[in-house]
Design a protein around this ligand. Sequence first.
Ligand code: GDP
Length: 458
Amino acid sequence: MARTSSLPVVAIVGRTNVGKSTIFNRLLQEQKSLVSSMPGTTRDRFEGNVLWRGHFVRIVDTGGFGTKPVDDLEKAMFEQARQAIREADALVFVTDAQVGPQDEDKLIAQELIQTKKPIIFIANKADNATIRGTLEDAAWHRFPFGLPLGICANQNSGLGDLLDRVYEELERIGKQPADVQDVITTRVAVIGRPNVGKSTLLNSLLGEKRFITSATAHTTREPNDTDITVNEKVYTLIDTAGIRRSNRVAQKKVALENLGVEKTIDAMKRAHVVLFVIDISEEVNAQDKHLAGELTKAGVSVIMIANKWDLIPDKDPETINAFETYLRAHFPMLSYAPIVFTSAMTGQRVPHLFEVIDLVFKSRFTQLSKAECKEFIGRAILRHQPSRGRGVQHPKITSFEETSLNPPTFTLHIRQSREDALNPSYLHFLSNLLRDQYEFQGTPIRIEVAARKKHHTT
Ligand code: GDP
């Protein structure tokens, strides 16, 4: 699970009162709503993991720092900050845009530059354009690391730009932020009606070459889950009860459906990615469609597995297209799911599934900055004005933001007081456009409409 010790560490440094804790809290607060209760995202007062653009870093708030302590207490505090600076891979040096650069800032800067670590120089409290304008004044040119990046932690502005800069610097020195899969174990469930080949597929996934790690401590793993390591990445296969655990044990067939509908739904809810297995040698039936409906409700990411491909005779390059068209017509609600044609029996394309799982898992954490969301919605409106729903007025969009991940969820604020003032077809238009422009393979996108509350000014 959380290999947090290997995450790059970023320390926030600066004088007292420049807003370090606000910045720290903002970065971590965002996380709370984005990745609520996910392992690896716990924090304490001064340290926490931040997920940005699919990668994690560890952020440390160093508390007050300065070069001239007034008493022993402050001396001890500064020493502690120095310790954190020594342990960090990169430093965010915070100053105050409103009071301007102080002598003490310059002394701190001199000390920081000795560390030879990357320094991201920022001026906080840049609330408005006038203050931001002053950041080019001569006084700011006297620092050894260029002009500061203006941000405003209170108004939550510029934090995405700050993280972009931090990540650039870390990559430059070869300290890659940790991939989301290194911190959060990918949970995969195999679901489908009886006899489509689920057990066969699971056994194929658990094939001899893969290392089964059943003893790892794990918060979300239940007794019937199995951990496997493939290419150094850990996956938890959900509800693998009775699946053969080694070659020596004779294959014991267990149909997931015997575990009951509730268990199947529970498995899809615990999974990040569901392999939805269909028997391509038979017609799609009502049971398949029912399961597809449940998958849509669960908000899980889906890969459609068209299994028993070996049973299809006389295949030519057109055959696969014809079957794809057939499946798309039967599962319109899963239009976002990639389709993989497999033979669980012969193992055809089964190893390739892990690549698709990785891609789909990452897509659950695709994160757009505030600026990107704003730009996106601006362009979308130019292409297609918000269409009218039940109200008499044309709806007006006031803001658009990504408010949580896993799966990606956006909130669209409108000026009208009723959510249904916006035609739901507009949400389809937006999610299709998001899919065209960003990586959301296999993943549902949720867009929640927020109407204007009474007495609320926008
Ligand atoms: P489950 O009920 O979904 O777990 O299905 P099983 O894995 O038990 O498979 C049902 C039957 O289909 C068994 O006889 C398997 O050997 C067979 N089967 C599974 N996958 C394939 C496949 O890719 N090709 C062929 N031809 N048969 C398969």
